[in-house]
Design a protein around this ligand. Structure first.
Ligand code: BG6
Length: 300
């Protein structure tokens, strides 16, 4: 499409499943973002299929993590290092973000801005002054920018991940390229390994934290598409699929839904934890593009 069609540019504040949300539609596609966790739960490029997976078993309730879309993990990833009673992946994904407004650029790209600040609730588990800012842009690609600023007087460290659940035709049939040669922490064995394969394929539970800034390609012949995940300010890539037994243990994931999802998370976690001095800020940016497969790759 060339000329901008203003009539389709829309940002609608709405309530979906009892949660405050923003719906966007423009010539590039559509988006749904919950204010809780500023969680993008739908990104559908114009004329294409939904790029993100959301579990049919997900609890869409206030203060409950949503299983799918792009949860923001912050300020820690996985279980809290010292206090195991704290929620996994930090408080951002269950916090209500402020909606700071939306805008449309001259090219027709729509951006939504969200904010989360330190307050009494966040200080209970993360005793620092910070401001987090999240920009969600619907243009040729989906662009997500998560920025954390230290607004206090002392340095702090944090982890962050844009924990993206991609929808796939059948996880056993897809491959992820771009990680060859990168080292990773296998969260299942606790060992550090080096990726020897040309492509990561999923035939069992996979839970790996790669040290990598590389662009990943999720090639899905069944959906005739390739998702390209490129990033800036992110030194970790987490690849996660729960496979059969873990899916059965997760109440908010259908037993067979592990086949329909694959998480490729753009992150800064573990050895790539970020340290911020007073007034410093760090931005983690990911761009997600959905492309048709060319004939060669379609044939495998
Ligand atoms: C992944 C972690 O990022 O998130 C896994 O690497 C974890 O270890 C998964 O199981 C899901 O976490 P949660 O808290 O949403 O069930």
């Amino acid at each position: 499409m060339s000329a901008r069609d203003e009539s389709t540019d829309k940002i609608i504040e709405t309530v979906e499943n009892g949660l405050l949300a923003l719906r966007v539609r423009n010539r590039f596609g559509s988006l749904l973002v919950y204010r809780q966790g500023a969680q993008v739960v739908d990104y559908t490029p114009a004329g294409g299929a939904p790029v993100l997976f959301v579990s049919r078993a997900s609890r869409l309730e206030r203060k409950k993590a949503i299983r799918g879309g792009v949860p923001i993990c912050f300020p820690w990833f996985g279980p809290h290092e010292e206090r195991k009673e704290l929620p996994a992946h930090g408080f951002a994904r269950t916090s209500e973000f402020e909606y700071l407004g939306g805008a449309t650029s001259a090219s027709g790209e729509v951006s939504l801005r969200f904010g989360l600040k330190a307050g009494p609730a966040t200080r209970e588990s993360f005793p620092y002054d910070f401001e987090a800012h999240y920009e969600v842009r619907l243009g040729e690609n989906l662009t997500l920018v998560f920025t954390v600023r230290n607004t206090g007087n002392v340095p702090f460290t944090f982890e962050a991940a844009l924990h993206t659940y991609f929808a796939v035709s059948d996880v056993r049939q897809v491959e992820v390229t771009g990680l060859t040669g990168e080292s990773y922490l296998d969260q299942l064995s606790g060992r550090v390994e080096q990726e020897a394969e040309r492509a990561v394929r999923i035939s069992r539970e996979v839970d790996r934290i790669y040290t990598s800034r590389a662009t990943c390609h999720l090639v899905d012949p069944g959906l005739d598409r390739e998702i390209v995940v490129s990033k800036q300010g992110s030194a970790s890539t987490v690849v996660w699929n729960p496979w059969i037994e873990k899916s059965q243990r997760l109440a908010d994931l259908g037993d067979d839904e592990y086949l329909r999802m694959l998480c490729i998370e753009s992150a800064n976690v573990r050895p790539e934890t970020i340290e911020l001095f007073p007034s410093e800020a760090h931005a983690l940016q990911v761009s997600i593009a959905s492309e048709r497969l060319d004939a060669e790759r379609r044939a495998g």
